[in-house]
Design a protein around this ligand. Structure first.
Ligand SMILES: CCCCCCCCCCCCCCCC(=O)SCCNC(=O)CCNC(=O)[C@H](O)C(C)(C)COP(=O)(O)OP(=O)(O)OC[C@H]1O[C@@H](n2cnc3c(N)ncnc32)[C@H](O)[C@@H]1OP(=O)(O)O
Length: 201
């Protein structure tokens, strides 16, 4: 019988980097602070510019291994009347946390995402999102994020901690829907050969 695995650990423990984890190092080719990061896929719910109902988030590189973005909430994002749905807020935080991986030039997917909802968020608010990597251990990338109402210094509404796991490009070609994978390879022929993202000025 096998013993407990990392996946069996309580959420808090799973999001705590092991003692041998390392400080994240900004990749030398990471986009300069202030650069807008392009979408990795134009139909992505979080960042895809062609997604009809997506969040259309545009992340911006910060100093270090970090990004920021703004989410303009709308009526479509309601859960309770006039208030943002928690799942929408978690999606937005997942998107910016995922964008942080670009600063490491790592292709990674969310393994665990833990959110704390501290304040209700009105749907006419602009949420200022920020995310940064805190540690890296082998394929594991540990990150944290915040969402503040109205300004980068505004009231803290939601925070999140997350674990991403680096994956090979085969993760997408093996598990993704064939027609969508074919479309992205047709539109972005270099994406699988080189890297999973481009930087658009
Ligand atoms: C051609 C098309 C191009 C497309 C270009 C796209 C480009 C880039 C797209 C990015 C997209 C972003 C979009 C937003 C972010 C999402 O939304 S991602 C979507 C949601 N997430 C998913 O679908 C992931 C689903 N899960 C999985 O596929 C698998 O579980 C994973 C995450 C790949 C891991 O599986 P695995 O490789 O078998 O992992 P495994 O070896 O068991 O564990 C890896 C490590 O994690 C540790 N671990 C595992 N679970 C845990 C846990 N719960 N706690 C602590 N540690 C754990 C293990 O101990 C192990 O550690 P090491 O031994 O390496 O130190």
């Amino acid at each position: 019988m096998s013993g407990p695995t990392a996946s069996d650990a309580p959420a808090g423990a799973a999001l705590t980097p092991p003692p041998e984890a390392e400080e994240p190092v900004r990749h030398p080719d990471a986009p300069a602070p202030g650069t807008l990061l392009g979408s990795h896929y134009d139909q992505c719910f979080g960042c895809g510019p062609r997604h009809p109902h997506g969040l259309h988030l545009v992340s911006r590189a910060s100093d270090g291994v970090a990004v920021t973005a703004e989410l303009r909430l709308q009526g479509d994002h309601q859960g309770a009347p006039g208030l943002a749905h928690g799942g929408v807020l978690a999606s937005a935080l997942d998107e910016v946390l995922g964008a942080v991986n670009w600063m490491l030039r790592a292709v990674a997917v969310t393994r665990r995402l833990e959110t704390d909802y501290l304040l209700p968020v009105p749907v006419d608010a602009v949420l200022h999102l920020s995310a940064r990597c805190t540690a890296v251990h082998r394929r594991k990338i540990y990150s944290t994020a915040e969402a503040r109402i109205g300004s980068p210094q505004g009231p803290l509404a939601v925070r999140a901690d997350a674990l991403y796991v680096e994956v090979p490009m085969a993760h997408f070609t093996t598990h993704g829907r064939a027609e969508d994978v074919e479309a992205v390879l047709r539109d972005r022929p270099g994406i699988a050969a080189d890297r999973a993202f481009e930087v658009n000025p």
